[in-house]
Design a protein around this ligand. Structure first.
Ligand SMILES: Cc1cc2nc3c(=O)[nH]c(=O)nc-3n(C[C@H](O)[C@H](O)[C@H](O)COP(=O)(O)OP(=O)(O)OC[C@H]3O[C@@H](n4cnc5c(N)ncnc54)[C@H](O)[C@@H]3O)c2cc1C
Length: 388
């Protein structure tokens, strides 16, 4: 039977980042995804925040122009302008970024298995046996450690007896090119419970691509219909007359906060599988990078020492305490559904003290608990250029 130190299920941002770090540590890593190609079925807008861009090596040619301006609209479409002196956001070309990170993985010695579905797992004394299916053919492999990077609805989490996401919103968006940009690149955010109950609708236009989307609690709206309605309501904001529709993206976004039980001696969870998404902004890309970095450190140490104590720092319980205020605000956002109340809330955001709160939500730098992103856990890693 083929044997690996680590098998990673899922080659989204979380799985790719973790795989390249562990590969650079000299571990035998297998990266598996059911997709045949990483630039198919992308489900994220791909907005990276300043903090991620500063801390991690996101290649410049995988990113669109910088965005410094946000307009927040009330349900009655009253705009409020927020501007930052810094480059706050950049929208990534996600297909290109995934492919680049896959290239880093391959150069670090990671074995890549596309078009392959994780089916099940069985405990062994020295790790796990994992059953994979490729084109209807099934085979078993063994691994010392299994990583669930398989997204919001994680099968690996269930099989490892770890916690599962229970609270989601659903997001859907259309991507266009050929939309004229008026003024600087801008993120338009719309608070409107009719089309985005419990979250936001958005237009993200960086001068190259335009993403128009809606998000909200699945039980409270029909996403595709809401998106259509939203798109027809935008003539004063974007001119779609000569726009070319590129693709539709969408998926679940866990918003219950990072899960408590995300690791044991057989495996652990990263990214959406771990619920590592800001409950308030629903941003998951920064948490992917940070949690995957910590996971790589913890796994390298655990496999080297075989001491379960190495896993103790990888605890959702420890991170959750830092999420308390954002979880509380998510509850508030989920319950305020009356347009009049939201209108009032938007009006009050113009008061200086609350305006700085809005500024903090969009431009603040605290999306996920800090982890040390610059570490090298062992001589093997250092010899291969560390973990970044
Ligand atoms: C519409 C939308 C817009 C968003 N916009 C933003 C944004 O602008 N900024 C931001 O920060 N966050 C955004 N998010 C959230 C962010 O995209 C996610 O948090 C992040 O992409 C999660 O990455 P991941 O690697 O954990 O999971 P995923 O990207 O979901 O990757 C999981 C991978 O696992 C694979 N997989 C699943 N099951 C199996 C299996 N059984 N066998 C093999 N492979 C499997 C899948 O094919 C997939 O490639 C958005 C989310 C949505 C839905």
């Amino acid at each position: 039977m083929e044997h690996y130190d680590v098998i990673i299920i899922g080659a989204g941002l979380a799985g790719l980042h973790c795989a390249r770090l562990l590969g650079r540590c000299g571990l035998r890593v297998l990266l598996v995804d059911r997709k045949n190609s990483l630039d198919e079925s992308i489900h994220t807008t791909g907005i990276f925040v300043r903090r991620t861009l500063e801390d991690f090596d996101i290649p410049d040619d995988c990113l669109g122009p910088a965005v410094r301006h946000v307009t927040l609209y009330s349900p009655a479409r009253r705009p409020m302008e927020l501007a930052s002196p810094h480059d706050e956001f950049r929208i990534a070309k996600m297909g290109r970024l995934y492919t680049r990170y896959l290239d880093h993985c391959l150069r670090a010695g990671v074995t890549w298995l596309p078009g392959t579905r994780y089916a099940e797992h069985a405990h062994r004394k020295d790790g796990s046996a994992v059953r994979l299916e490729t084109n209807g053919t099934s085979r078993w492999l063994t691994t010392r450690y299994l990583i669930g990077a398989d997204g919001a609805n994680s099968r690996v989490a269930r099989d490892l007896g770890l916690e599962l996401n229970r609270e989601w919103i659903v997001g859907v968006e259309d991507v266009f090119t050929g939309v004229p940009l008026v003024g600087p690149p801008r993120l338009h955010c719309f608070l409107d419970p009719a089309i985005a109950p419990g979250y936001l609708a958005w237009v993200a236009h960086d001068g190259e691509d335009t993403h128009i989307g809606v998000g909200g609690y699945a039980a409270m709206f029909e996403p595709a219909q809401a998106l259509e309605k939203f798109e027809t309501s935008l003539p004063n904001i974007v001119d779609l007359r000569n726009a070319r529709h590129v693709e539709r993206r969408g998926g679940r976004i866990p918003v219950g906060g990072v899960l408590r039980n995300i690791a044991n001696t057989k495996g652990l969870l990263i990214g959406d599988a771990a619920g590592a998404v800001s409950p308030l902004t629903a941003g998951g890309l920064d948490p992917c990078m940070r949690l995957s970095t910590l996971a790589a450190k913890v796994i390298a140490e655990f496999l080297e020492t075989e001491n379960p104590e190495a896993l103790a720092v990888y605890s959702g319980e420890l991170f959750r305490a830092r999420f308390a205020s954002r979880l509380w605000m998510r509850r508030l956002v989920a319950t305020v559904r009356q347009p009049a109340l939201l209108e009032l809330a938007c009006a009050s955001l113009r008061l200086p003290i609350l305006n700085s709160f809005a500024w903090h939500v969009f431009f603040g730098r605290g999306s996920f608990p800090d982890v040390d992103v610059k570490f090298a856990p062992g001589p093997g890693c250092e010899a291969r250029g560390g973990l970044l």
